[in-house]
Ligand binder design. Structure first.
Ligand SMILES: Nc1ncnc2c1ncn2[C@@H]1O[C@H](COP(=O)(O)OP(=O)(O)OP(=O)(O)O)[C@@H](O)[C@H]1O
Ligand SMILES: [Mg+2]
Length: 321
């Protein structure tokens, strides 16, 4: 495997391609994955950064039980996330593109009028454009954030009672709507100088992420400076989708993707500093994929949030009748 990887540069020169990538299979030492990259799919022909339009930007409505398109990988294939039963962790340095990627998932949730979306927005402005579709939001108050999580946990317990009565083990389409709990930025809460509050918040988040998966609750969390004190291993291990945008260090990358990933060749600190929205997306059971997220500008977000709010009013009206 090392010999093959050592020859990659020579093979690329012979093939006259941009890059030949050799990666060891994580499960089997006798298997290697070889990717031949002809051009940088994340740059326009003149080398300028590109913005990939989100395929659902103009959709009238969505269903969050369906897979959501979030990115294009370096082979040009669309990348989808299937959110029910899963949590998502986005990490990376400032301006890496975490909130932009989070916006795609919030956009998909916004366009499904039955989804209940709550937000924790420590910087107050990250989720601001989504406010029309947020049923509740907490800002930089630890008390408010803890109160919000406690109420979500009460709702989760009610869902478990319903499931128990129905003799079912996990929340399905027919059981009721999905709930999305979006946190931007996690670090403020889990590494808050108020240590007791931070520890309490982390415990609640772990409970919600652990038991919420089977109760139709989807956690979406973004954080700068991912490190062990911000994202405890016990929290990270509950998260099926880990998305590392450019990180400053290998350790930060491993905090998101999992220990040993950088050594295995999956290191988000290798991402080009100018390549906003480019990162490694690791879905449980698979291998991390280098991809670039689609992008929604502020006007597109406003328009989606307005459509989502109008859909919610319609659905609420239906309920009254
Ligand atoms: N997928 C993308 N395609 C093109 N440009 C992008 C993409 N994602 C982010 N950008 C650019 O990078 C900027 C920063 O992105 P974003 O606000 O998502 O970063 P962040 O990681 O949330 O930063 P912070 O940690 O400061 O909150 C955006 O305003 C946009 O200009
Ligand atoms: Mg952000």
């Amino acid at each position: 495997m090392d010999e093959l990887a050592g020859e990659a540069e020579r093979v690329a020169a012979v093939l006259r391609v941009r890059e030949v990538r050799v990666r060891r299979d994580l499960e089997r030492a006798d298997l290697a994955h070889v990717d031949i990259v002809r051009r940088n799919p994340f740059a326009s022909p003149d080398g300028e950064p590109v913005r990939l339009p989100w395929p659902w930007a103009r959709a009238g409505q969505s269903c969050l039980w369906d897979s959501v398109p979030v990115a294009v990988d370096d082979m040009g294939d669309a990348v989808y996330l299937r959110l029910p039963g899963k949590n998502v962790l986005l990490g990376g340095e400032p301006e890496a593109g975490k909130s932009a990627a989070l916006s795609l998932l919030l956009g998909a949730a916004a366009l499904d009028p039955w989804v209940n979306i709550v937000g924790l927005d420590a910087k107050r402005l990250e989720l601001a454009l989504w406010r029309p579709v947020l049923s509740r939001v907490a800002y930089n108050s630890m008390d408010d954030a803890i109160g919000l999580l406690e109420d979500q946990i009460k709702d989760m317990d009610r869902r478990y009672e319903l499931l128990e009565r129905a003799g079912r083990r996990s929340w399905g389409r027919s059981d009721g709507p999905l709930t999305v709990v979006a946190v931007d930025e996690l670090r403020f809460y889990t590494a808050n100088p108020n240590r007791r509050a931070a520890a309490h918040f982390t415990d609640l988040a772990i409970d919600l992420m652990a038991r919420g998966r089977a109760a139709g609750i989807v956690g979406l969390m973004a954080t700068q400076k991912p490190s062990g004190d911000v994202v405890k291993t016990s929290l990270r291990d509950l998260i099926a989708y880990r998305w590392a945008m450019r990180c400053t260090t290998r350790d930060a990358s491993d905090t998101i993707l999992g220990a040993g990933m950088a050594a295995a060749g999956y290191d988000a600190s290798d991402v080009d500093v100018n390549a906003r929205g480019v990162g490694l997306l690791h879905a449980e059971g698979g291998m991390p994929r280098l991809c670039k997220s689609y992008f929604l500008d502020d006007n597109e977000i406003r328009s989606i949030a307005a459509r989502g709010a109008a859909l919610r009013r319609l659905v609420a009206g239906d309920r009254v009748i």
